[in-house]
Write a protein that binds this ligand. Structure first.
Ligand SMILES: Cc1ncc(C[n+]2csc(CCOP(=O)(O)OP(=O)(O)O)c2C)c(N)n1
Ligand SMILES: [Mg+2]
Length: 1021
């Protein structure tokens, strides 16, 4: 056991280091020591003696000192091995085979001691884990990093005398360096190999990945015997691509000296890297790539990677012309700055294939586009039946500051392996220019690398020196290979610099004087590569000049052509959207009623559970009740109405996808879209079984991760791909939706106006005052209404045959009160020739309210059935009073307009007070405002005082929005002025609701009391 005592000391030391190591912080004091194996023995590398190991609790040891997984001592392992050699890991089997029986200090089989063997192995592992710390990543050579002790030879007890000794490294169940089965190597050559593999211009971080096969796959590619070598032909292509990237920026800089373009200078190798990544991905089966990226280098990517015509880019840069559509109007939205626009093109790859690239339009809000890209990629996979997820992928470009700082990055990363959100891996490229606007990394993040957030996932991170274009190309290709092999995310961190200010007008020396002194004299990556190729004789000066001239000439030509460039084709409808209408083309209003026999048939399908299925008793009862509702056609509740909407849309061939926190059961335990067998745990989703051989994903309902920003963004991206889908995101409570505020502000409310991209995404926000306190009462309808762009003082064309009111508005905001109306508003989303976001203030206590029920005849399209009017059965924008009032009711003294569940309380109060002279109308669609129907009701009750009643505080709810519009409606028919609109509701408040139930009850009572008070209501309340 002498060997054991010696070896275990070293093993413990190593394990302690690996387990207890805290993240390194960049120490910016001393210069980065350069490792040169021959000299280092006399300098920094052997300064310290090996520290005395401290005991480690058993619980902190892991299973194998190589894989970092051991919980037993070597002694125990040896006993087990002696009893049965196959009972231990092959690595230990090898170890014991070679060393057991030898004295700890006596030379081993190949002339080395047991301790030395152990130490060597630990040294190799140290490089695998921490080699990246010593990699030469910073092109400016300014970053000062503390190199891990683990890479210090002295720690392992070696001296200069050992350098030329030969050592045995063993055969291990590990690919790469340790598997070559070259029995002996000198310590010098071992070190050289380690330095070459791990400390060159690429730093590999992968040892946090717990999967041995994946680590081995990487080791095979990292620990190669031969250094990377590109053919002459590949080098020419790389040089050509780098020339394009560099001269493109130079060209823009000379033509538009004072324009902001957020140039890529200092990070130009991104372009050859991306192109080579895409070529490799195409070779491996990728046909379509969805790209998301921020401002930096976007024009370069558009021109050189996506291949948007240069003349178009230049034309837009010169101020741009608004697009013209032949034979149609001039709908162009409000537009956006040039570096935010999206586009898509097919580009040929080096391997002779075609690849479709779409760059998603994005706002200034950094990283907000991330989940949108991933959602769009997922939708592409669904529509192209890409079951393996190898034909469509997402690529996200990030900045170093934003990748580390923006929470949505983490939220997006966490979607990556969820069954209903995965895309089989997103490739992330960080353009790490080591500064964020004016902020240094040390002030911008607490982690060592800006990419550390990605270590939450088991994915590799490749840090690469952005000045070494071949290294950038190499890791970009490796990333594509990883993604296509393991179907998971991967990160490429291109460490570069920013040659100029944050934008071209900024002065960077105000804040980073030292850095910019170095940058001033630093040659570009193109100059470095040209020099390298010239010096090695791989290319001639003539070749270089010819390449540069060719690019400059084309840029000039395209610039001249840009002056006459007239954009013709509206660049906003992808193939699936052909025939959809812009806001200026009228879209006929359609019925949303469904044939009674279809309703019955799907109704049965969605209320039936398989025979042998054993649901929870309560669920069984719910499904029985639902079946009865279909059978008797009476009492259809909210959940069944929703399921009927989904089912009928699916029968019509549409895709339905509902996602959000706990949506399968439903926050309020009402939906039960997925039921669980109480014995087997098996799950059954009735909506998956409506049509024969229904594709499992055609109806998707999925509990999401606990994120709003990320998940809403994902669904938004998903919804943009194909119009024949109803995509819904439901918040747990509407109150939480503001965690996704950027999505609402930047994408949902304004995306169409800025980028001419439509979406029919429906957002369900549980809303209503029922005493649950300030964070469980309000979906903040006021915010959505404030963002609505319909003019409060202009009544648009309301004639049903000419009406484009919804098309012209940025979205629809509804607060629906009956199951049938909910059914119709959901179906309406698809039964039209355009798409608009739908914000639904959805109910909580109406889900089980005795009066909140609909008859099946309200869902159908039968003449004479309730809801069927001249134009058929449709969503009711306004529900007139429950009483069957005639066209003119002179005896009504008060007309209460309200929206949402307060209607039922008002109706109840009216019954209790027997106020038959009060009429109550429900404004189901708040935005755009139903002027025609409101005016119809005003005319019906010529003598009534007009009251807006809401349960929200005055500064919230719909009051501010409806007030101006009610006034506009009144004024147009000479019905009064603003002072004739009375308010009933809570007083203004900072919090959305009281936290005291008793106060809530009292407030609610007062609202109802006031609504029914006999005396007139004063102005304003
Ligand atoms: C969410 C968000 N917050 C703040 C800003 C303002 N802003 C614009 S660029 C920038 C710095 C970005 O740094 P980095 O991510 O490193 O990208 P770089 O500009 O260096 O390429 C900031 C803070 C923004 N655009 N988005
Ligand atoms: Mg930066």
């Amino acid at each position: 056991m002498a060997w054991f005592r010696a070896a275990s000391g070293v093993a413990r030391l190593a394990l302690r280091r690996n387990l207890a190591r805290t993240p390194y912080h960049v120490a910016r004091a001393g210069a980065l020591p350069r490792f040169e194996p021959a000299r280092c023995f006399h300098s920094t590398q052997l300064r310290r003696a090996a520290p005395v190991p401290r005991p480690v609790p058993l619980s902190r040891l892991t299973d194998s000192f190589l894989d970092g997984t051991s919980s037993v001592y070597l002694e125990e392992l040896q006993r087990a091995w002696e009893a049965d050699p196959s009972s231990v890991d092959e690595s230990w089997d090898n170890f014991f085979r070679n060393f057991v029986g030898q004295a700890a200090t006596s030379p081993g089989i190949s002339g080395q001691t047991i301790q030395e063997s152990m130490r060597l192995l630990l040294l190799v592992r140290a490089y695998q884990v921490n080699g990246h710390m010593k990699a030469k990543l910073d092109p400016l050579d300014l970053e000062e990093r503390e190199i891990s002790d683990d890479l210090d030879l002295a720690l392992y007890g070696f001296t200069e005398a050992d350098l030329d000794r030969e050592f045995f490294l063993g055969v291990w169940r590990m690919s790469g360096f340790l598997s070559e089965n070259r029995p002996v190597q000198t310590l010098r050559s071992i070190l050289e190999r380690l330095e070459q593999a791990y400390c060159g211009t690429v730093g590999y971080e992968y040892m946090h990945i717990p999967n041995r096969d994946q680590c081995n796959w990487l080791r095979e590619r990292i620990e190669t015997v031969k250094p990377r070598e590109y053919s002459q032909e590949r080098r020419q292509v790389i040089l050509d691509r780098l020339t394009w990237s560099t001269l493109f920026e130079n060209f823009l800089a000379t033509k538009w000296k004072a324009a902001k373009r957020f140039g890529l200078e200092g990070g130009e190798t991104l372009i050859p890297g991306m192109k080579e990544m895409f070529d490799r991905a195409a070779d491996l089966g990728v046909e379509s790539i969805v790209i998301g990226m921020p401002h930096r280098g976007r024009l370069n990517v558009l021109g050189n990677v996506v291949r948007k015509p240069l003349r178009q880019i230049f034309s837009e840069f010169s101020g741009g012309t608004k697009p013209v559509e032949e034979g149609e109007g001039l709908y162009t939205g409000t537009g956006d700055v040039k570096y935010h626009l999206g586009t898509s093109y097919d580009r040929p790859t080096r391997g002779g294939k075609m690849i479709h690239l779409s760059l998603v339009a994005n706002p200034s809000h950094l990283e907000a586009v991330d989940p949108v890209v991933v959602g769009k990629a997922r939708a592409k996979q669904y529509y192209s039946n890409d079951i393996e997820r190898t034909r469509n992928m997402g690529v996200l470009i990030h900045g170093d500051g934003s990748f580390a700082g923006q929470g949505v990055v983490y939220e997006t990363l966490h979607l990556s392996a969820l069954p209903n959100y995965t895309t089989g891996g997103t490739i992330h490229i960080v353009v790490n220019n080591q500064v964020a606007f004016t902020t240094d990394p040390k002030c911008g993040r607490s982690s060592q690398y800006c990419t550390d957030v990605a270590k939450a996932l088991s994915v590799p991170i490749f840090h690469v020196n952005g000045d070494d274009v071949e290294a950038v190309v190499h890791v970009c290709e490796l990333a594509a290979e990883w993604r296509q092999t393991f179907h998971s995310d991967v990160v490429v961190d291109v460490v570069c610099y920013r040659r100029f200010g944050h934008n071209e007008i900024d002065e960077p020396s105000f804040t980073q004087p030292k850095m910019y002194r170095v940058i001033q004299d630093h040659p570009s990556a193109l100059e470095l590569y040209e020099k390298e190729l010239l010096e090695s004789g791989r290319i001639s000066k003539d070749d270089v000049d010819r390449m540069r001239n060719k690019v400059s000439t084309i840029l000039e030509e395209e610039f001249i052509n840009s002056k006459d460039y007239v954009p013709r084709k509206r660049d906003w409808l992808s193939a699936y959207w052909a025939g959809f209408k812009s806001p200026e083309q009228i879209s006929r209003i359609r019925n949303t009623g469904v044939k009674p026999e279809i309703l019955k048939r799907v109704g049965q399908a969605i209320t039936t559970l398989p025979e042998n299925f054993k649901p929870h008793r309560a669920i069984k009862r719910i499904f029985q009740q639902r079946a009865e509702m279909i059978e008797t056609e009476e009492g259809i509740d909210w959940a069944l109405a929703e399921a009927l909407a989904f089912a009928t849309l699916i029968v019509e061939g549409n895709h339905v996808r509902l996602s959000g926190q706990d949506v399968e059961r439903g926050t309020f335990s009402h939906r039960h879209a997925v039921v669980h067998d109480q014995e087997t745990g098996e799950m059954y989703c009735p909506l998956d079984h409506i049509i024969i051989n229904q594709d499992e994903e055609m109806f998707t309902v999925s509990n999401s991760s606990l994120s709003e920003f990320g998940v809403l963004g994902f669904e938004l991206g998903y919804s943009m791909e194909n119009p024949n889908s109803l995509v819904l995101w439901e918040a747990q409570f509407g109150d939480f939706a503001n965690g996704a505020q950027v999505m609402f502000d930047q994408f949902l409310s304004s995306g169409e106006a800025k980028w001419l991209r439509q979406t029919g995404l429906a957002v369900l926000l549980p809303h209503g005052y029922d005493g649950q306190g300030p964070e469980h009462s309000s979906g903040r309808v006021e915010r959505f209404l404030q963002m609505s762009d319909d003019n409060p003082y202009i009544i648009p064309e309301m004639d049903p045959t000419l009406r484009k009111q919804i098309q012209e508005c940025n979205w629809q905001v509804v607060n629906v009160t009956t199951p049938a109306n909910y059914f119709h508003v959901l179906r309406r989303q698809l039964h039209r020739d355009f798409r608009k976001p739908l914000i639904v203030m959805s109910p909580k206590n109406l889900l089980r309210h005795k009066d909140c029920k609909s008859h099946l005849s309200e869902f159908d399209d039968v003449l004479g059935h309730p809801g069927f009017d001249k134009q058929g059965t449709r969503f009711k924008r306004l529900i007139k009073d429950r009483n069957d009032h005639k066209e003119i009711e002179e005896g009504i003294d008060r007309l209460i307009l309200c929206s949402g569940k307060v209607y039922y309380e008002l109706d109840e109060a009216r019954k209790n007070t027997k106020r038959n002279d009060v009429a109550i109308c429900r404004v189901e669609q708040l935005c755009p405002f139903p002027y025609d129907l409101i005016q119809r009701e005003f005319k019906r009750y010529p003598n009534a005082e007009i009251v807006w009643c809401q349960e929200e505080p005055m500064n919230m709810g719909a009051y501010s929005y409806v007030n101006a519009r009610i006034y506009t409606a009144m004024r147009a028919i000479s019905r009064g002025n603003i002072e004739d609109i009375k308010y009933i509701g809570r007083a203004p408040s900072a919090a959305t609701a009281t936290g005291f139930l008793s106060v809530h009850v009292q407030e609610q009572k007062e609202i109802l009391h006031k609504a029914m008070q006999p005396e007139p209501i004063g102005f304003p309340f």
